[in-house]
Design a protein around this ligand. Sequence first.
Ligand SMILES: Cc1cc2nc3c(=O)[nH]c(=O)nc-3n(C[C@H](O)[C@H](O)[C@H](O)COP(=O)(O)OP(=O)(O)OC[C@H]3O[C@@H](n4cnc5c(N)ncnc54)[C@H](O)[C@@H]3O)c2cc1C
Length: 488
Amino acid sequence: MNKSVLIIGSGFSSLAASCYLAKAGYSVTIYEKNSSIGGRARQLNMDGFKIDMGPTWYWMPDVFERFFSDFGKSPAEYYQLEKLNPAYRVFFGKNDHISIEDTLDKICVAFENEEVGSSTKLKKFIAQAQDNYNIAIKDLVYRPGVSPLELVTTATIKKVGQFFSTISKDVRQEFNNPKLISILEFPVLFLGAKPSNTPSFYSFMNYADFGLGTFHPKGGMYSVVKGIQQLTEELGVTIKTNQNVEKINIEDGQATSIIVNGNQVNADFILSSADYHHTESLLPTKYRQYSESYWKKKTFAPSALLFYVGFDKEIQNVDHHTLFFDVDFKKHSEEIYDNPKWPKEPLFYASFPSKTDENVAPKGKELGIFLIPLAPSLEDNLEIREVYFEKIVKRFESVTNQSIAKSVIFKESFCVNNFISDYNSYKGNAYGLANTLLQTAFLRPNLKSSKVKNLFFTGQLTVPGPGVPPALISGKLAAGLIEKSIKK
Ligand SMILES: Cc1cc2nc3c(=O)[nH]c(=O)nc-3n(C[C@H](O)[C@H](O)[C@H](O)COP(=O)(O)OP(=O)(O)OC[C@H]3O[C@@H](n4cnc5c(N)ncnc54)[C@H](O)[C@@H]3O)c2cc1C
């Protein structure tokens, strides 16, 4: 009989792992506590609007292609992808914005308009970022983080200096214009840490941004979840929703079963993509690898306050992705990382996917997703959320020259408390564990438990880190370790 693997959670990392394991001949069942799959990438359906609750930026298309090609497939067989132009728009104040278009040459023109001589510097910066991308994303992130030696290659030895400088320093060395500095610091926010704490080597995110571009799957990011779900079905994976895993049973250092909705289910292997801290809380204390103080000391990626809004009219002067950097970037990031509190004047991001995709909102209406990044574990209640909704709507109206408040058909919010209740998220983090220098590769929580023989972890709290592309890679790595453990 085939060996069985039980997977806890149905986020991107689980779905990916399940495909690799099923292809390798395991009998795979996913247990998801929520009523729908996708984890943080779930979809909310309201009044004919299809709303991505989490990820909205499709970056690093090569990682998705590599994932599907591992099964002899391509993304185009599962969903339709479009390169966005402009990729996004950044507001710095009223009537003051920069559009980031779909090629480096066009972006160079925008840079040159702001700072004479900056386009030559940008080309050099992006060439370096591309080199880092080729080393990091095409190679290093596909290593499972079991040994520091994985990071020592002839390519990384040449780059060692870039681990001791930061993105923030590098960008400021070359560029003087504060708007260009903010735009170049923006991509590393996806790694969950401040640019001033992110090593220069991570400029590979700038290549992902300006070199590869921003894509949109028709129907939204949830089309990618559905695409991978289709692949799981083709490979014979079973997915069960409304299944809350309450306990992992251990006998003689071996995980033997889980308790799910009060019932015992046996398995040869257990793989969890639920937040790492939560998964360990399902184990008897002596089988947990990391103490409460370990987790407390870690740098978590931010949480977020999100608003999912339906408008009864089309919204003007915005693009599919629009960033509001019309307040002090540095001050807000201090309020996330250094001195956690509700930000006085928050930066925010607004997505209007219905600008380019007729599938996500009824005709003549607009879908708006608003996101304010926040420190995890802040006090969260509906009154505070409302204060922030009013704050950003006022700024939005002033910066984009229109009124929107009266055009709201519905508004749903999602914040720290929802991240905890819906995903068992530690401190209500949205994006997992930040990718700082000391939380990279082998320095992150392990993919394989060091205390329970057949227990494995995947997802944004382990290797390689936060984001949809890393989640797909994480699933591949965890599946690979399970296969390897059987061959030993
Ligand atoms: C608001 C937001 C915006 C984002 N934007 C982007 C973006 O634009 N681009 C990008 O690339 N990435 C983005 N990300 C990050 C990306 O979505 C995540 O890194 C990725 O989806 C995480 O996948 P995962 O597999 O690690 O875990 P998750 O998606 O967290 O899945 C874990 C699953 O485990 C389930 N679970 C937990 N406990 C149990 C239990 N006891 N029993 C059963 N099931 C359980 C949860 O319900 C959940 O479904 C965003 C994330 C958020 C939250």
